[in-house]
Each structure stands twice: as C-alpha cells, then as structure tokens.
Design a protein around this ligand. Structure first.
Ligand code: GLU
Ligand code: MG
Length: 716
C-alpha cells in the first residue's frame, strides 16, 4: 500500500507542524528526479502484478472462519527467505510486503515480467507458486484466500487469536475492529490514528444493505451482541467521540440498554449509522480489503503520461468486471465492489474540507477522499525525450529542441476532458513551474500535495533531497487513486517511469487473476500500437466509478464510453512500426475493422462523442454503431502480432482474453455474483441478508477449493 519507513512516528498534533516542510522538500525531491530523468527512454515495457491475500483460520469445532493474525509471522518468514536469497546474490521467485491487516499478505513476482508476449504467460505460474509458498508456511487449519473482503470482517469474534475492540482507545477507536487486527508496523496504526484525528472524528462508512424477501424495511441493524460486553461508560464515550457530524445524540441511556434483552439498533445508538445501510467505522474495513494491481514501466515519461490518461478511463470498467465484494461485516450488500468502502475508510478530510462548514481553519474545499478516482488527466505532455521512437531522425534532434515536436498521442488531449476543477496548492504549483515542469503535470502534483503527510517519522525529517524521495513518497503514496504515475526512486537508476493500474478487485482463482492482469497488459499494447483515444470528460469517468459498484453491473448498468476510439483510423500500420506481413499499406482502421473497411467511422460529425454502453458493448463491441470493443481491439492486436509468437502462446493468451470477454457478456460470473449466489443458495440462508458464521465458513472453504482449478461458469 505504499513505501514503508522506519523510526518514531509523530502523533498528529506534532506531525501537522511539519506538513509544509514535508511538502516543500517532497517537491524538491521530485524535481531532482524529474530533471535527472525526464529525457530518459526505455525500450522495454516491463510489468508486474501485486496480489493481496487474506489468511483465514478455520475453527473446525464451531464451524467458524476467522482472519488469522499469525499471517504477520508468515510474512516475516517469507521475507526472511527473500533476504537469504538476496544475501546469496540470487533472485527470489517472489517478493512479500506487509499490508494493512495483520491477517494479510501481499506478494509480487521476484522480478518484473519481460516485455515479450511469451514473457506475459509467466504470470499465472508465478501466482500459483506464490499461493503455494505462502500456504506451505501455514498450519493445516489455515488457508491463503484471494477474496476481496473477508465476509465476517468486523463481526463479533472475527480474529484468531481472539481480540476485543476498544471503542474508547487505540488507533481506530472502532466499535468493531480490535487494534490487534492492524499490522503492527508503526506506519499502520499511526496512519489510522492520524486520519481519525485530522478528520476530527472516526471515519464513517455506510454501504446499502441488499434487501432480500425477509429483510425488514427499513432495516436497522441490531447492535452486535459483543458490543454489550463493552462497558457502558466506554461505549457511550466512544459513541459520542466517534460521531462524525458533531451532533451527539447517543446517551448513557441508549448505551445502557445494550445490557437489556432487546438490543437497540446501531442507527439508534450511533448517529453515523444509517438505516438500510451496513455501518463501518474504521480504516481496516477498507484497507483490510484485497485487490489486484498491475504496474507497467513505460518507455518514456511521455508514454507513461499517455498510458496514465488512457487507462484511467478503463479503471471503472475493469473494476466492474472484476467485482468481488458483495458482503460486509456479515451482511449482503447492495453493491459488488470495495472501492467506496476504502475511500471512506481513509477519508481524513476535515468538516470544512468536506464542505460541511465554511472554510476557516482548512485551506481547501476538497471533493474527494485521498483514496479515489484520479482528478486530473496528465496528457502525454511536451516532448522531453523524443518518445520511444529510436528513429534516426529523432535521435539527431538535440533534446532541448524536442519539445517543438508534439509527443505521440498529445493531440488527443483536450482541456475540456479535465472538467473536475479540483483544487491545487498554488505555492506548490509555482515551485514546480519554476523547476521546469509543464502546466498539467504541475497541476497534478499541486493537487496531490493539497494533502497533509499523515505519518511523519521524527528521524526522517531532514533528508538529502538528492538521494532520497521519502518526503515525496510520503504524500504521493498516500494519494491512493485509480491510477498512479510513478517516478523511479533515486536509488534505482535501472527503473524507468511507471504507471500503476489500481482499481481491480482480487479474483477467486489464479486463472482469473492472470486473465485480468494479462488483459490490461494487452490493452496497453493495443492502446500504443493502434493509437487509441479513450478520452472522455473525467466527470463521466467518475460517474462510471459509482456505477461500477452496482450489484450485477454487467446486467444492470451502462457506462459512458467514447464512440470513436481509433485516434487516426487512416494511419498506416507500417507507420506504427507494425512488421506484420502485408501491413505496409494497411490502415489501422482496416486492421481493426477488417479488410472491407472503407471509412465508416462511427459518428463522423462529432469524433468526441461518447455514449452509454453496457459492459458487454464496451468490451465485445456494438455493431450498430461500428464500435469494435476493447476485447476485439486486443484480439486484433494479437492477430497483427501472431507471426512473432508461438501458437501455444497465442492460444493461451486467447484463453485469457476470452475469460475477460465472457465476464463482460455475462457468460461467466463475476466473483461477486459467485459469492452472492453461494450465500443465497446456502441451506442456512434465511433470505434476510445475513451471512451467518456457518455460511461464511462454508463459503471460505469453497473459495479455498477453487484456487488452482478450472471452475465452470467462473473461469472456464
Ligand atoms: N488493499 C487496497 C485495495 O484493496 C490497496 C492498497 C494498496 O495500495 O496496496 O485497493
Ligand atoms: Mg497493497
């Protein structure tokens, strides 16, 4: 979830005093990197995936699953294996990082995957090996699951060993999450406490309940029985302290009634808890979820910026297709995705920043949480490096003169797409402009830098800004957006400019995780090869992000998407460097639409037009408007490159593309639908939205059983 630093973390009241220092030096650190490598070119599109896991413990006697807090010890063992290999000068097959939950693991391949299509196929085996390795370190009654959210997270007794929530103390002061569930590394409890303190209250998350036949309406969740065990005093203080709208209506009386037979409902007890919603009050509910991220190294800064923009449009689409989170705190939700939960779980904005009070102490009115969709397109930007082309003509041009030549894809960007009007820090903007950064990139960072650093380590306040990027990363990596534009760390001269695709939910099986990762990789190739233009206004991307949460979005939603995505349909494939046979005079449009294509671009009057389409149409095409769909573009890309790859490679890649295509058509279920159906068809389910311990136990066992398999309706 970000880089870890070590030292003594400052409590919020201290940390806040250093915010300007961290911001100022963070930008100096960025400028040092920028000026050193803005003209750098890399040839290779290396990439890597990150998988987050939940470690589950089964209480076989009571048929109850719990999250295993011992995952943290497993992580230490995995890291020790990695360190041993490094000490011997070897590369370990995988790399392991801590995540927010003490019950979580995060694994990546030991080295990035190579740039050839053959290299791409290494991903599934790497994922399988990671799961196997982590599993080999667990006792027999524990398992590593790739499940977006543990279904009972935050319900009574959900940890092993057992731990109790402390609503009047600890980093999150949660009614439901004990401090022991949080990774003990100083960064995580400090982040938790400082978010709460900066905000001025606990975080407050309400996700709509799924109303089934026997779910009361309005639904008011009965206060969980374990709350009654919190002492009345601590509970009422906690409820009062935790209330995020400042209006304290909880009373000793309400808290006392917890002792009685009829527990009050959560909405009656906690002002933030809304009827008809599942209420959550801690960072763990979001950051304790698991996702699949993919990071690419672009060949130049221009290409990284181009991919950042083009992929940003695709983030809600891929989130909806990868949906995997229909259950929160033991209840079926009326959403299928985690994103809004995480967004709320780290929302450190003050009441003034949220627009609930006029600005007095805070500097900006801020529309979004730190965990949210992107707020600015970057555009490929001025030409600093001559792009990736190694053409001798460009190589002759001195670097200072390159900026007069537009960089590839720059013509697609229009200011009207950046329609969110997000705030940015004018001082930071000036600092960046004076340092030689162009307007859009300066605005991007001046926007990210409206945030305060949340975790400040006393020992790391003064740094050598030439050698360190710690202050920069402090702010950059606590802006958890759908895409991340990543400069390399100063200590890693071999790394180039990267972008991270961050919206996807983790899949239940390795095959699906591989399919989603490979699809995004191939889409990147198609975007670059065919000069795709996916731009739509960011306000529409944001609407898509909300729609992507919908239960069964594949069948029930439409999304904004551009009708005409081929940037220059008449461009010759050979100009794009395509070496495929007979391509010299073949245009991109012909390659994409087929030989018979003349000039039938959809909506020639307004090439910028966008439309509402189903996921099936966006992915598999909409013949009535000549829209080919992203899957078919990827297939065309594979076709134009098939001579260069072995037949088996092509066949395997096709299988992955087919999985994503069939998820979009509804032929294969999303993980969320599979999980939801498992619950609703369980004999113990009472059509009341409740996911009982036994149902959750059977569900986790079933999910464990899927991992390495071909599962009809899910991945084949
Ligand atoms: N676990 C978070 C998620 O589900 C991601 C944290 C990270 O940035 O690694 O999106
Ligand atoms: Mg992570």
């Amino acid at each position: 979830m970000g880089l870890l630093s070590l030292g003594t973390p400052l409590p919020w009241e201290e940390a806040r005093k250093h915010a300007d220092h961290v911001r100022k030096h963070g930008i100096i650190q960025f400028l040092n990197i920028w000026n050193r490598i803005k003209t750098r070119r890399k040839d290779h599109l290396l990439w890597g995936d990150e998988i987050e896991y939940v470690v589950v413990h089964y209480d076989e006697e009571n048929k109850q699953p719990r999250v295993s807090l011992r995952a943290h010890d497993v992580l230490e063992k995995l890291q020790a294996l990695e360190m041993d290999a490094i000490a011997k000068g070897e590369v370990f097959e995988s790399s392991w990082k801590p995540e927010y939950g003490r019950y979580m693991l995060e694994g990546t391949p030991g080295l990035p995957y190579g740039y050839t299509l053959e290299d791409t196929l290494a991903v599934e085996e790497s994922m399988r090996r990671r799961r196997e390795l982590a599993t080999s370190l667990l006792p027999p009654n524990e398992a590593v699951l790739t499940m977006t959210n543990f279904p009972l997270l935050g319900s009574c007794g959900f940890t092993e060993p057992s731990a109790t929530a402390t609503p009047d103390s600890g980093p999150s002061m949660s009614l439901f999450i004990p401090s022991e569930a949080i990774n003990p590394h100083a960064r995580f409890p400090t982040l938790t406490a400082n978010i709460r303190e900066r905000r001025g209250s606990k975080v407050s998350i309400n996700m709509p309940i799924f109303k089934d036949k026997n779910t009361p309406s309005p639904w008011k969740e009965p206060a969980p029985s374990c709350l009654a065990r919190s002492s009345t005093k601590s509970l009422s203080t906690a409820v009062a302290a935790g209330c995020s709208n400042g209006e304290v209506k909880a009373t000793e009386q309400a808290a006392k009634s917890l002792d009685q037979e009829h527990l009050p409902s959560l909405p009656d007890l906690v002002p933030d808890a809304l009827p008809d919603h599942i209420y959550m009050d801690a960072m763990c509910f979001g950051m304790g979820c698991c996702c699949l991220q993919v990071t690419f190294q672009a060949c130049s800064v221009e290409e990284a910026r181009l991919l950042y923009d083009q992929l940003a449009v695709v983030t809600p689409i891929m989130m909806a297709l990868s949906a995997g989170a229909p259950i929160f705190r033991g209840y079926l939700a009326d959403v299928d995705c985690r994103w809004n939960v995480i967004s709320g779980s780290v929302d450190d904005r003050t009441v003034e920043e949220r627009g609930l009070k006029p600005l007095d102490h805070s500097r900006f009115r801020i529309q979004k949480s730190r965990y949210d969709s992107i707020s600015n397109y970057l555009s490929p930007g001025p030409n600093y490096s001559g792009g990736c082309s190694l053409s001798p003509d460009l190589a002759k041009i001195p670097v200072e003169q390159l900026s007069s030549i537009p960089s590839k894809g720059m013509e697609f960007y229009k200011d009207q797409y950046n329609d969110l009007n997000c705030p940015y820090d004018p001082k930071i903007y000036e600092q960046l402009r004076e340092g030689g950064v162009d307007d859009l990139l300066a605005k991007h960072y001046a926007h990210l830098f409206i945030r305060d650093p949340l975790v400040v380590f006393k020992e790391l306040l003064d740094q050598n800004d030439e050698l360190s990027s710690d202050h920069f990363e402090n702010i950059q990596s606590t802006n958890w957006q759908t895409m991340r534009f990543k400069p390399p760390p100063p200590s890693a001269p071999h790394i180039g400019w990267r972008v991270e695709f961050r919206s996807m939910e983790i899949q239940l099986t390795d095959t699906e995780n591989a399919a989603f990762a490979v699809f995004v990789v191939l889409l990147v190739r198609a975007i670059l090869s065919f000069d795709l233009n996916l731009y739509i206004p960011l306000s529409k991307v944001d609407e898509n992000m909300q729609r992507a949460h919908s239960r069964d979005a594949v069948h029930r939603e439409k999304f904004w998407f551009r009708r005409q995505v081929v940037g220059d349909p008449q461009r010759k494939l050979s100009e794009l460097g395509c070496k495929c046979k007979g391509s010299t005079n073949q245009t991109v449009a012909q390659a994409i639409h087929g030989e018979g294509y003349v000039n039938g671009v959809a909506n020639r009057d307004d090439p910028d037009a966008f439309d509402e389409m189903t996921l099936d149409e966006i992915m598999n095409g909409k013949p009535s408007t000549n829209f080919l769909g992203l899957v078919n573009l990827v297939r065309r890309y594979l076709k134009t490159h098939s001579e260069a790859i072995k037949e088996e490679t092509r066949a395997k890649l096709d299988t992955y593309v087919d999985i994503v295509s069939r998820k979009a058509s509804g032929d294969l279920q999303t993980g969320a639908t599979w999980l939801r159906n498992f619950v609703t068809s369980h004999p113990e389910y009472k059509q009341d939205s409740v996911v009982s311990k036994k149902i959750a136990y059977d569900l986790c066992k079933a999910v464990e059983g899927l991992a390495g398999k071909k599962v009809k309706g899910l991945n084949c």
